[in-house]
Ligand binder design. Structure first.
Ligand code: UT7
Length: 342
């Protein structure tokens, strides 16, 4: 059978409405685990401070020979297996990352040959911690329009290599990992009902990497000043995070004609346990309905939502028909909410 692709598919589908679904989900974390006690030996911090202020107990750290695309490839292969599709059937690869292999080419392009997707379109999406929700939304539009059938969305982060191991205000928070979803019209689960995306670049300097781009090209001085690492004003971010995520959720619920009580599960970006508790309160969702695994992974940016999602599927918490809210917030600033019916 000849597979139609791109605009050919678009023309062939006529006026038919195509519903995008998550037909496969896979995750990967590197083997090595680093505990709070390990950080106590490296910077002026304590297990008590980290747990009280963030909820984090441990995080995974990539091996020296691993790069972001490797983490993404592991997760992508599992997502393809879960969706029961071959590389041949993937039409597009999107990689959401804030810790790319290189600035040029994209991490998606580094991943592509490792996945046997040579020749297929591939690009990166830069939306920091909101990358997975942005990616699912973009993929959903390609599927809905009929242009592509199977879109692979990967959230992959190797944050321990872009953070300053001497800056205690950020290093204890971050971890490495990857998650991937196949978005397609196939199957009877994972229907994407809608999403709301937002960004506000006026707050760009609350979480950024100052040097290494055209704004501040790399020099000996930028390296000496440690400007090639993430810089975060966590306290200011904290205050905006809950408000933005709650507002995006409110807008989404209104658009879908749903109420807060209709949400069965909240799967938020895992940035800070206290942010998640405040969000649950604001959304009037009981804490048991919030999927939380920050204790074991820390903040893995674009990978954190799929890591929590896969866990709640595997342990049987999520049942068929459940309404699942994915909600995130991160550098950019970017934030968004996306609703799924499982
Ligand atoms: O991924 C999405 C984007 N990121 C976020 O949304 C992160 C949001 N922000 C946060 O999660 C929190 O603001 C942090 C966990 C980053 C910080 O918690 P906080 O309660 O806001 O602490 P703070 O920044 O106000 O710092 C309180 C104190 C300071 O000491 P002084 O000035 O009170 O003496 C810090 O120097 O804690 C100190 N501190 C630490 N102490 C021990 C900062 N980092 C550490 C540390 N260990 N690792």
């Amino acid at each position: 059978m000849v597979r139609l692709e791109g605009w050919e598919r678009l023309r062939a589908k006529g006026g038919k409405v195509i519903e995008p679904r998550i037909s496969g989900l896979g995750v990967y974390v590197p083997e090595k685990v680093m505990t709070n006690a390990d950080w106590e030996r490296l910077v002026d911090t304590s297990d008590e401070w980290i747990i009280q202020r963030t909820g984090i107990r441990e995080r995974h750290v990539a091996a020296p020979e691993e790069v972001t695309s490797d983490l993404g490839v592991h997760a992508a292969k599992k997502a393809m297996d879960d969706a029961r599709i071959t590389a041949e059937e993937v039409d597009l690869l999107i990689c959401a990352t804030a810790s790319p292999d290189t600035l040029l080419p994209s991490t998606a392009c580094w991943m592509q040959p490792k996945l046997g997707l040579e020749g297929k379109p591939a690009f990166d999406l830069s939306a920091a911690c909101s990358g997975f929700i942005y990616g699912l939304t973009v993929a959903g539009q390609f599927v809905r329009s009929g242009m592509y059938e199977n879109v692979l969305v990967v959230g992959a982060e190797l944050l321990t290599r872009v953070m300053d191991w001497q800056d205690r205000s950020i290093c204890v928070l971050l971890g490495d990992g990857a998650g991937a979803a196949v978005v397609s019209p196939q199957g009877d689960r994972g229907r994407i009902l809608g999403s709301k995306l937002h960004a506000d670049g006026t707050y760009g300097e609350l979480l950024w990497m100052p040097a290494g781009g055209t704004r501040m090209p790399a020099t000996i001085e930028t390296v000496e000043k440690r400007l090639h690492y993430y810089l975060m004003r966590g306290n200011e971010l904290f205050k905006i995070a809950v408000k933005c995520m709650a507002e995006a959720t409110g807008e989404l619920l209104q658009e879908l004609g749903m109420a807060n009580e209709d949400i069965d599960w909240v799967i938020p970006h895992q940035a800070n346990m206290r942010i998640l508790q405040a969000l649950a309160k604001r959304l009037r969702v009981s804490w048991e309905r919030v999927v939380v695994n920050i204790q074991r992974y820390g903040n893995t940016s674009a990978a954190s939502i799929p890591l929590a999602f896969r866990e709640a599927l595997d342990d049987g918490r999520i049942k068929k028909g459940d309404k699942i809210l994915l909600v995130s917030f991160g550098g950019g600033l970017t934030w968004g909410a996306l609703m799924i019916e499982w």
